[in-house]
Design a protein around this ligand. Sequence first.
Ligand code: KIV
Length: 289
Amino acid sequence: MSAHAAPTKRLTLRDLAVKKDSGEPIVMVTAYDFPSAQIVEEAGVDMVLVGDSAAMTVLGYDSTVPVTIDEMLMLTKAVRRGLTKPLLVGDLPFGSYEASDALALATAQRFIKEAGVDLIKIERGGTTVDRARALVNAGIPVVGHVGLTPQTATSLGGYRAQGRTADAALAVIDDALALQDAGVSLLVIEAVPSEVTAALAPLLRIPLIGIGAGSDADGQVLVFHDLLGIYAGGAAKFVKRYADVRGVSVTGVQAYADEVRSGAYPAPEHGYRMPEGEAARLQELLAGR
Ligand code: KIV
């Protein structure tokens, strides 16, 4: 028997296809730094998205629009250092891919070369379908994102469910099918009625990951800070909180502050002592000056 444990194998797109075919749900979650990457890896998720939701959850912007390529790259590199097995998805921020195929390719290549992502996510149908095709033709696996697309939420009437009428639902489905035809490997569908997901899912060969889109997708994605209750902002209707990390954190920091103020911290066991005799010698040295 070898003394070395076998290295953990990174999941592949083929593994996701097998899960889709067998009906085993695909678990995706966001992460934005080294410790959150280690946490989601240990929790056994399949895919990790360094979403541009980082703009709001960790950088304090009031939407995803202002976040820059360099900010996203810094966060994505940190997540890469904390991940081994799950597939890593990089999210191209607003303004970094829409204008041309060349721009999309240049930005996507930075995320792959500098941050080591496995796939690139871009938002919307429309002209994004051409950008997706260009990336796929250049050998880059792409994740499409339809329904509510936060980067263009203003033109969608704000952060609200999409595809609520039959005509609007058809437009979402057409975006999804156009992205599939362009060769994307995976689709995220956000904030649509469950009937839209149920109608779309049977039309797709590729895995469909839902967020606020009902249970008919091949998997689900949630934002790390939402599901753990870290983010102070209001959560969308579809978020389920599985923990109150913010509450636990505030309580912990308050307890520390109380103990510093009362003198209970630090106690002797939290400090260092000089070896026997050295403190007395130090006093002699000081006195002899
Ligand atoms: O940026 C993000 O976190 C996302 C997910 C919500 C899908 O796009």
